[in-house]
Design a protein around this ligand. Structure first.
Ligand code: ACO
Length: 341
């Protein structure tokens, strides 16, 4: 049995910046409302007049992660792609990314865990590496939310939140780390996952599923709204603020560690107020939390790898540091991870 470690990380944001003021007339909103309720000032959106797809953003992040790891694409044994905004309903974006990377034959797996996509993907990749079945796994988390949201005042509660972007890691094996406290070896200490499908309809995109009366042949004009994300914001808020600290503590307890042992927290970026509540409940000082939501918005599956990469590049995350991470999203799904960087 091995441990796994992050060999390399990369991220990509499309160049187009959309400020809150840019959305003012389109969505009947205001900079003041968005900043007060969410902490978001701007987000990056792709140019919707082009055919740019989520796998294109994923490809750019993946190439950076491979270069950072010093790993050639031919060494990758498995691709995992986490996204809420796939290129197509079928097939999955891991397949389209695999073709763009030019590594035919490599297994390609899509996961649909939305905002918890990075933690779920890390957990799956970690198990494959630990057992020794695969030596190097490419985990890509990418989203183009801007092409799939309701850009009318009807959808403003959701549409002001989301940004486009991608983050990727290459996970490889390292010798098994048994004594967490005395090891500076970079490795994934643990991941923990949870879900509660009773809340599926509190944050969902109903169409183009088939779990409703009628078929695609009986599509009506009024059904268009069902292709957009719908959210019961208060229920999401309450559950996220409860489940994220709970599952982070589960990870810490499993390793006999405490909040104080963690050097940096990189949480999912749904809403700055959720992260403030998590920090308050756990007694985490501001300087130990790395948020990106102000400038990137909520990039769903990509928020955590984007945040980790940004933290590395600005010197906040350095070798040997212990990183704590937690996410919550549609499903509901949630998860946590502890990583020695
Ligand atoms: N601009 C201006 N006004 C708005 C907007 C907007 N973008 N959106 C909603 N409003 C209005 C509503 O119409 C309502 O007006 P009314 O009082 O006249 O009826 C008022 O603001 C309050 O609406 P609420 O929905 O009650 O607003 P709330 O205070 O709950 O804030 C929010 C909404 C920010 C979405 C909040 O529920 C929240 O933070 N939820 C957490 C969910 C979240 O962050 N999801 C992110 C995606 S999911 C994920 O990543 C886990």
């Amino acid at each position: 049995m091995n441990s796994s470690r992050i060999l390399g990380i990369g991220s990509y944001l499309p160049p187009g910046i959309v400020t809150n003021d840019d959305l003012k007339d389109l969505l009947n909103t205001s900079d003041e409302w968005i900043q007060q309720r969410t902490g978001i000032k701007q987000r990056h959106w792709v140019d919707a007049s082009t055919d740019i797809a989520t796998s294109d953003l994923g490809l750019l992040a993946a190439q950076k992660a491979l270069a950072h790891a010093g790993v050639d694409k031919s060494e990758i044994d498995l691709i995992i792609f986490a996204t809420t905004s796939p290129d197509y309903d079928t097939p999955g974006s891991a397949c389209t990314l695999q073709a763009k990377l030019g590594i035919p034959g490599v297994p390609a797996l899509d996961i649909r865990q939305q905002c918890s996509g990075f933690i779920y993907g890390l957990s799956i990749a970690d198990q494959f590496v630990r057992t020794g079945l695969y030596k190097k796994v490419l985990l890509v988390c990418a989203e183009i939310q801007s092409k799939g949201i309701d850009l009318s005042p009807r959808g403003r509660d959701v549409s002001v939140l989301f940004g486009d972007g991608a983050g990727a890691i290459v996970l490889g094996s390292t010798s098994l780390v048994t004594d967490v406290r005395n090891s500076d070896l970079p490795h994934v200490l643990c991941t923990h996952l949870g879900a509660d499908g009773r809340f599926a309809k509190d944050l969902w995109i109903e169409y183009p599923g088939i779990g409703h009366v009628g078929s695609r042949n009986s599509f009506k004009e009024e059904d268009q709204v069902k292709y957009f994300p719908q959210m019961n914001g208060k229920t999401v808020f309450v559950n996220a603020a409860k489940k994220m600290p709970e599952i982070l503590l589960t990870s810490l307890e499993s390793q006999n560690l405490k909040i104080e042992d963690v050097d940096l927290f990189v949480f999912h970026q749904a809403n700055i107020r959720i992260n403030e509540m998590v920090a308050k409940q756990l007694g985490i000082p501001d300087e130990k939390i790395f948020n990106t939501i102000e400038l990137f918005g909520n990039t769903t599956a990509a928020t955590i790898p984007l945040g980790l990469d940004e933290a590395v590049r600005c010197g906040k995350l350095r070798s040997g540091m212990l990183v704590g991470s937690a996410a919550f999203g549609s499903g509901f799904t949630w998860g946590s991870a502890l990583i020695r960087w």
